[in-house]
Every structure is written in structure tokens, then in C-alpha cells.
Design a protein around this ligand. Structure first.
Ligand code: AKB
Length: 331
């Protein structure tokens, strides 16, 4: 059962028997955790994971998997039809740091990949959930408790493509009645799966490095404060919004928020909870420029009001305890 406080999503929002969710980018940081949560409630075959990457053993043994490139619209269409998919969760994405290194790849995957999924969802009249990011905000957005609706002029390719995604989803919802849902993630911290190509990745890598080397070289400055969230809260929020009754949703895109910390605050917590002689060094690179433009925290009141968003881990202290507990179970 999910930890999110509702017994069954079917009971919660009358999900029909045999409901099927397709996840793109299923081999990334979030795919398996979202699939596990939905499968625990709707059964193993309720989620089809897809990716262009080779699936891990745990993904293969978890349930159905298909190779699929989001840029291959014909194949994606066939899979959606063959499996009689009711809903797509679109996770395929080039994240912020990798996007700055490969802008054309990011434009192709993030814009054209999303367009394929958007058109298939419209054609088949199925629900589409595509997470967004605090990266939609930029240097001119308010930094603290950034509102849902405010200045959005990001200066990364990733941020630009995510603003485009939000606007296209809203446009299709208004024009074609597409059931489009989105939520803006802060940096997501997970123990079992690794992120890749993001600016907030340091806050995951640091735990692995603390365990293996008792030291970490950080690519951000000591005071680079960013909004962050533990994986379980992100997964619960995603599944809650996915199955929330439509009449509860007063907007298509919601901020979510859990905690805010700097690299030096995280290092201090690791010293105090794990190893007093943990050594942190700072070698800021181009990712610091990205971090400089992102919020410290997001205003997530609307998500709480509309569909009950309520994160459990809300401090860097609790996060650190949780991560070392999880990692010690697996190392
Ligand atoms: C990234 O750092 O690019 C992502 C994000 C916050 O969207 N983790």
C-alpha cells in the first residue's frame, strides 16, 4: 500500500478495473518508484515502463517493460494501442545541466518527445501527466516561496522547454479538453536510484560519496540554497495528483515544496549524523550559474488545498537520517 494515506486509489477516485498507465523514461530516477506505488494499488500489470535504456534487473522483474523512444511516434502509438493505455506519465527528459551541454538534444527530446506524447494523448483521449520543475523559474522570478503564477523567464534550455511543455499542456486542455496534469518538482533526493544530468544531483551524490570516501567535492558553492524533496514525498504527490478527481483541480500545474538547504548545511548534517571528519570541498562549475537562477522554496499551498499535498520529510535533518537508513539497508 502507498504511504500517502488513502487506502486505494480506486476507492479514492473511482479508477476503473484494468486501468493502465504507461511511463516514458521509466529507467530514470523516478520511473520504478512511481510504478511500484501504482502497482501496489492497481496490480502488477497496471503500469508499463518504457525507455530507450536497458532496464535494470529490478525493473525487469517488477512488471511489464517495452523499449520505446519518445521520438518514435509510430512505435509509441502502437504500444499505447496494443496495451490499451488509459494514461501516460511522461518522464523522458534531458535535465538542466546536460541540457546546457547538449542544447539540440534537449530541444529534440524535451520539445518533440513531448509533442508526440501530447498528440497521442489527444487522439486517444487519455490522461497525460508530465512533471515540471522549479527550473521553469529564472533570475527575475521571486526566490522565496515562489508562487504558482509569477514571472517565468528561465535562462536554461531545460527551463525554456519545460515552460513550453506547461503551456502546450494547458493549451491542449483548453482547446481539446485533454486531461493534462503537471506538478513542479524541486530537486528530488533518492537512495535507490540515481538522477542524471541535473543541477540538484549533488545532493544525492554526496551521500554515496560520504559512504564510500568520507568526502565529497561539490560542484555548487557552499551557500547555493535550493528547494529539495525526498523521493517518497515526490512519488506520493505525483500519484495523488494523477488520481485526484478532476473537479478538485482548479489549475493544471502545481508547485510542490518540502524543504530548502545549502550544500554547507547538508555537509554539516552529514558530519553530525554520519561522520565528524567528513570532508567537503567546493569546486563550483557551470551548474552554479543554473542554481543561481532557481528558487530557494516554492509556494505549494494550492496543491495542499486542491488535492491534499502534504510532504512528510520537511527538514535537511530528517532527510539525512532517512537517506543513511535507506543506504545502509542496501550497501
Ligand atoms: C535538475 O536539477 O535539472 C532537476 C530539476 C530541479 O528539475 N533535478
Amino acid at each position: 500500500l502507498s504511504s500517502s494515506g488513502f487506502d486505494s486509489v480506486r476507492q479514492f477516485s473511482s479508477i476503473p478495473e484494468g486501468y493502465k498507465v504507461l511511463i516514458t523514461g521509466g529507467c530514470g530516477q523516478l520511473g520504478l518508484a512511481i510504478a511500484d506505488n501504482i502497482r501496489s494499488q492497481l496490480g502488477k500489470n497496471s503500469v508499463l515502463l518504457t525507455d530507450i535504456k536497458e532496464p535494470s534487473e529490478s525493473i525487469i522483474s517488477s512488471g511489464p517493460f517495452e523499449y520505446c523512444d519518445v521520438l518514435d511516434q509510430a512505435k509509441l502509438k502502437k504500444i499505447v494501442s496494443d496495451y490499451d493505455i488509459d494514461c501516460i506519465i511522461h518522464l523522458s527528459i534531458i535535465l538542466s545541466a546536460l541540457g546546457e551541454k547538449n542544447p539540440h538534444l534537449a530541444l529534440n527530446v524535451n520539445i518533440n518527445g513531448f509533442q508526440n506524447v501530447l498528440d497521442i494523448s489527444k487522439e486517444r483521449n487519455i490522461r497525460l501527466m508530465c512533471p515540471s520543475t522549479m527550473g521553469v523559474f529564472g533570475p527575475t522570478s521571486p526566490k522565496t516561496l515562489t508562487p504558482d503564477l509569477t514571472i517565468m523567464r528561465p535562462n536554461t534550455i531545460y527551463g525554456i522547454t519545460k515552460v513550453h511543455m506547461e503551456l502546450m499542456g494547458e493549451y491542449y486542455a483548453q482547446k481539446y479538453n485533454l486531461d493534462f496534469r503537471s506538478l513542479r518538482y524541486p530537486g528530488i533526493i533518492s537512495a535507490d536510484s540515481l538522477p542524471g544530468g541535473g543541477t540538484t544531483d549533488y545532493a544525492v551524490d554526496i551521500f554515496h560519496s560520504a559512504i564510500s570516501q568520507n568526502s565529497f567535492s561539490c560542484f555548487l558553492k557552499p551557500n547555493a540554497r535550493l528547494a529539495m524533496m525526498y523521493l517518497d514525498d515526490c512519488i506520493d504527490a505525483t500519484v495523488q495528483l494523477l488520481f485526484a478527481p478532476s473537479e478538485k483541480l482548479s489549475q493544471k500545474v502545481y508547485n510542490i515544496n518540502a524543504m530548502s538547504f545549502t550544500p554547507s548545511e547538508l555537509a554539516a548534517e552529514i558530519k553530525s549524523q554520519f561522520s565528524p571528519d567528513f570532508k567537503m570541498s567546493y569546486n563550483p562549475d557551470y551548474r552554479q550559474e543554473i542554481a543561481d537562477t532557481w528558487p530557494f522554496s516554492l509556494d505549494s499551498r494550492k496543491a495542499s488545498e486542491d488535492w491534499g499535498f502534504n510532504p512528510k520529510i520537511t527538514s535537511v535533518k530528517e532527510l539525512t537520517t532517512k537517506m543513511f537508513n535507506e543506504l545502509s539497508n542496501h550497501h
